[in-house]
Ligand binder design. Structure first.
Ligand SMILES: [Zn+2]
Length: 310
């Protein structure tokens, strides 16, 4: 009887504990966000708003506090500049969830959820992109899946970490980091409270020869301490630069230390063929576990000091 009660208790308590990232959930998120029904999540589209709601739904489920300006949303107007379109001004939004640990400083984890839609907003590398669905499985449904898995892990574990977390899904990255820049010019928590920012953009196409690149290593003198002795089942390498690739560049410009996870370019980059069936979810799972390891090490350190990368 006692054993049964204990079992039942464990069963009930189970969902309260954070779970390590799993390939199964990762691919579920990617299949959803990069399905044809999502029409490539172009900025201003109904499907882009649907992707934002998908993130919001999960932030709610994990118990994150809304920290946008309208609930979880921070709305802004994005502008298409690379091509001439009659409706160049588009409704866009960041989705922002806060894990409040009553700590003085906050770690930002971010990934953009927009992509190129039907190839009419510029940046497609297809020769005739108009009307083709640019699913953006790697770019950046993979990063959003990572964001959700990391949020789930830290929000649902029984640990009160020594830092708060701000989880952000950025809009309009493909139009030139517009969501992250908007946030940094209109921050919902003050920027002085941010310890560092971790960005995930294209982490689904792991190439065992290359390994996963982790940029931003030179943006604080603390990173070498954080990486010291860290091992992983996958290959990884660091890169000092923090100012390129994705939304991390906007944080770097505001003198905030960053890390940027990226599995590298491929022939489907910014083409309609960036599809979910090409994702290596098992490798992404390992990348996210490595990221958690690094975050846990970073939280043993005092607030980081920014250094300019020369
Ligand atoms: Zn991207």
């Amino acid at each position: 009887m006692k054993i049964h009660c204990l079992f039942l208790l464990l069963l009930l308590a189970g969902p309260l504990f954070g779970q390590q990232p799993s390939a199964k959930r990762i691919i579920k998120h990617i299949n959803k966000l990069a399905s044809d029904q999502m029409q490539g999540r172009g900025t201003g589209s109904r499907e882009n708003a649907k992707a934002a709601r998908y993130v919001e739904k999960h932030f709610k489920k994990y118990g994150l506090k809304p920290l946008g300006t309208d609930g979880y949303y921070q709305s802004f107007t994005a502008k298409i500049r690379r091509v001439v379109v009659p409706d160049s001004l588009r409704k866009a939004a960041n989705v922002i969830g806060f894990l409040d640990n009553d700590a003085p400083y906050t770690i930002v984890i971010g990934a953009h959820y927009d992509h190129l839609g039907l190839g009419r907003q510029g940046s497609s590398l297809d020769s005739l992109p108009q009307g083709k669905i640019h699913n953006g499985a790697d770019d950046n449904a993979s990063g959003v899946a990572g964001l959700l898995e990391i949020a789930q892990y830290f929000a649902k574990n029984a640990v009160k970490e020594p830092y708060n977390f701000l989880f952000m899904a950025f809009g309009a990255e493909e139009l030139g980091l517009q969501g992250s820049r908007y946030f940094l010019n209109n921050p919902t928590p003050p920027l002085e409270k941010i310890n560092f920012m971790v960005c995930m953009d294209m982490i689904g196409r792991y190439n065992p020869k290359r390994g996963v690149g982790i940029g931003g290593y030179g943006t604080s003198n603390t990173w070498p301490t954080v990486f010291k002795g860290v091992e992983s089942t996958i290959k990884f390498f660091t890169d000092r630069a923090g100012n390129g690739g994705s939304d991390n560049a906007a944080f770097y410009a505001k003198q905030i230390p960053v890390l940027f996870f990226h599995t590298g370019g491929h022939p489907d980059y910014h083409k309609p063929t960036d599809d979910p069936n090409k994702i290596d979810a098992k490798a992404e799972e390992a990348i996210l576990r490595l990221e958690i390891r690094l975050l846990e090490n970073a939280m043993q350190q005092p607030k980081m000091t920014f250094t300019v990368v020369k």
